[in-house]
Design a protein around this ligand. Structure first.
Ligand code: GUE
Length: 299
């Protein structure tokens, strides 16, 4: 029986943040990276995430501005805020926290962000650059970018000859992840809710990326022995064992079972999640360096 290596996302994220902080200090004479986060409404989970992004930005030495707008904010008002941030020379990165309330067209808001400030990598220009391999000037979405860095720790940068299955086809994770794996020479399959014999598809993979948003859906015996498992899921489930009304976080993978088979696996929490925030800092620093025409950091 093998026991998988646990990939410590928290530790790798701390390394990235240390690099960001050091590079920020080294360019301080030319530019102070500025990150604006925008939250509409009072969703408690979103409040926690946005607060930790703002806190991390300050730790990195950035100029950090958080805009918290009431749930009833109109789309026009939100577009006007984005426009003012697009035109603000002290701001290099703009993050509009998703999901937005139903009365706002998220796509319209995302596409209104200046591509060179789109540190989430969701604008068509950045999606197109990733799709065509213009990685030197693209912004890559933070969760897939962070997942690739974790994968690199185990498999290196070149995935030639390896098969990868991405379970999930979202614009935020599944599709950009598949593009990054392809750019690293992996042979990719994108599986989703309509895929037949999902267990058998997953069993072929040297690399499994789980990004479906369904708690513990990927079972242990779906994993090929020795595979690398990147669990992108963050699901809150009831945890009566901790007391009445308590919850805990689990991924999209049945981690205890998968650990017995996989070669390496990311935990939840402490895996991909912390990397997402670290890559947001990395992207914001990159945006500032491009703006100022100074050397970009390498991650
Ligand atoms: N425009 C936009 N960009 C985003 O990047 C974005 C977003 N909207 N909306 C929401 C999701 C979610 N997200 C997370 C980031 C960090 C953790 C994270 O650090 N998780 C910790 C645990 C946190 C906890 O305890 O709740 C971990 O996995 O160890 C989780 C989730 C970014 N998102």
């Amino acid at each position: 029986m093998t026991v998988a290596e646990i990939i410590d996302g928290k530790a790798v994220a701390a390394e990235i943040v240390a690099k960001v902080t050091a590079h920020t200090a080294s360019v301080a004479g030319s530019v102070v990276p500025g990150l604006a986060t925008v939250l509409v409404g009072e969703d408690p989970a979103s409040q926690v995430y946005v607060a930790s992004k703002s806190r991390m930005a300050k730790e990195c030495g950035f100029h950090s501005v958080q805009h918290t707008l009431p749930r009833e904010t109109t789309e026009a008002d939100l577009l006007a805020l984005v426009e003012s941030l697009n035109n603000d020379p002290s701001i290099h990165g703009i993050l509009v926290q998703l999901p937005l309330p139903d009365h706002i067209d998220s796509a319209a808001v995302i596409q209104s962000i200046a591509p060179e400030k789109d540190v989430d990598g969701f604008h068509f220009i950045n999606v197109g650059k990733l799709g065509t391999g213009e990685l030197d000037t693209a912004f890559v979405p933070c969760t897939p970018a962070g997942s690739m860095l974790l994968l690199e720790r185990v498999r290196g940068k070149d995935l030639s000859g390896l098969s990868a299955v991405v379970v999930g086809r979202s614009n935020i994770v599944g599709k950009p992840m598949a593009n990054l794996l392809l750019a690293a020479n992996a042979t990719i399959t994108i599986a989703h809710s309509r895929t037949a014999n999902l267990a058998d598809v997953v069993r072929q993979a040297d690399i499994v990326v789980a990004a479906v948003g369904r708690p513990q859906m990927i079972e242990g015996d779906w994993i090929k022995p020795g595979a690398t498992v990147i669990d992108v899921g963050i699901n809150r489930i009831p945890a009566p064992e901790k007391g009445e009304g308590k919850t805990r976080l689990v991924g999209d993978v049945d981690t205890p079972a998968a650990k017995e088979v996989a070669g390496a696996i990311t935990p939840v929490p402490g895996g991909v999640g912390p990397m997402t925030i670290a890559m947001l800092m990395a992207n914001t620093l990159t945006a500032a360096c491009r703006f100022a025409g100074v050397e970009q950091p390498k991650f």
